[in-house]
Design a binder for this molecule. Structure first.
Ligand code: DQA
Length: 140
């Protein structure tokens, strides 16, 4: 059975509370349940993680080397700042899909820069929390 890792960056644990007009009303716990249910449906093992700390995301990408078949990543604000996360993704070469709940390309200028995009097979942006499930299908 294939294993997919879903890596979430800062403030994604605040879903449902943070700016619901932008990120929707589904909370983080419900998102995790959606991802777990979908993993069962499509027959993959899933590991879901979230941290507010950049180094944790780097560690989890590094750990994926030769262990994980694909990564769904929403680096949150680190999308727009982190060369370290990009370098980790390039180092391990695990197929990766970038997900954003909101449509980052139609928001502030600073959100239109994505470092991680250069290491991703695809970006799914603005499809709400369903974007995570689409990314899992895409990886399969
Ligand atoms: C986000 C978009 C980012 O710009 C923001 O910093 C986030 C969430 C999204 O899922 O839409 O934290 O990645």
């Amino acid at each position: 059975m294939k294993t997919i890792r879903v890596i979430n960056g800062p403030n994604l644990n605040m879903l449902g509370i943070r700016e619901p007009d932008i990120y929707g009303k589904t909370d983080y716990k419900a998102l995790c349940k959606m991802i777990e249910d979908h993993a069962k449906e499509i027959g993959v093992k899933v590991e879901i993680m979230q941290s507010n700390h950049e180094g944790d995301l780097v560690d989890w990408i590094q750990e994926s080397y030769q262990r994980i078949d694909g990564i769904v990543i929403n680096p949150g604000a680190y999308t727009h700042t982190s060369v370290a996360i990009l370098d980790a993704a390039k180092a391990v070469g695990v197929p990766m899909i970038e997900v954003h709940i909101s449509d980052v390309d139609s928001r502030e200028d600073f959100r239109q820069i994505s470092y991680i995009r250069a290491a991703c097979k695809k970006t799914i942006s603005g499809h709400g929390v369903n974007g995570y499930l689409e990314a899992m299908d895409e990886l399969l």
